[in-house]
Design a protein. Structure first.
Length: 161
């Protein structure tokens, strides 16, 4: 996400709905439905700083406003934030590649999570919490030894593998 506002052109901006040059910065209470992982979340952001059209009322979040909405969504959905993922990884002295390898995902995916470009699925958020919070789970994942865990039930089919 672009955090640099130096290159932004001055207001008013052109509204994408009514085509008027009427988008001005506004501070509003905003509610938006966000879909994630097959569920809808009703995200409310009080005091959202966002461009809004004075003619037609269109709220047109810029990158900063979108970050504020994303933070509110992550809080509501109880998902790890990009910063939480990065500082936990760094606290364990792991590279993005090492974390990705332990979780069995692509390095680019970890990079996208930490840059806030992509939000992790609930199942991977669960896995991240086990990885960061449970040393035994972490050790097994890093060593690729999950297959040594004793399962609660063994089936005849498993004896063949
Ligand atoms: Zn408009």
């Amino acid at each position: 996400m672009n955090r640099n506002n130096a290159g932004k052109k001055p207001f008013p901006w052109t509204c994408s709905r009514c085509r008027e040059k009427a988008l001005f910065p506004a501070i509003i209470d905003h509610a938006v439905d966000v879909g994630h992982d097959g569920r809808m979340y009703h995200v409310k952001v009080e005091g959202l700083k966002t461009p809004k059209c004075k003619k037609c009322g269109l709220v047109s979040p810029d990158s900063e406003a979108n970050e504020q909405i994303t933070r509110a969504f992550l809080r509501l959905a109880k998902l790890l934030t990009p910063t939480q993922i990065r500082i936990n990884r760094e606290a364990l002295d792991l590279t993005q590649e090492q974390l990705a390898s332990a979780l069995g995902i692509a390095e680019a995916t970890v990079s996208r999570w930490e840059n806030g470009v992509q939000i992790q699925q609930r199942s991977l958020d669960n896995l991240l919490r086990l990885f960061f919070g449970v040393p035994k789970a972490r050790s097994l994942l890093i060593k690729g030894k999950l297959n040594t865990i004793v399962l609660v039930a063994k089936t005849p089919a498993m004896a063949l593998t």
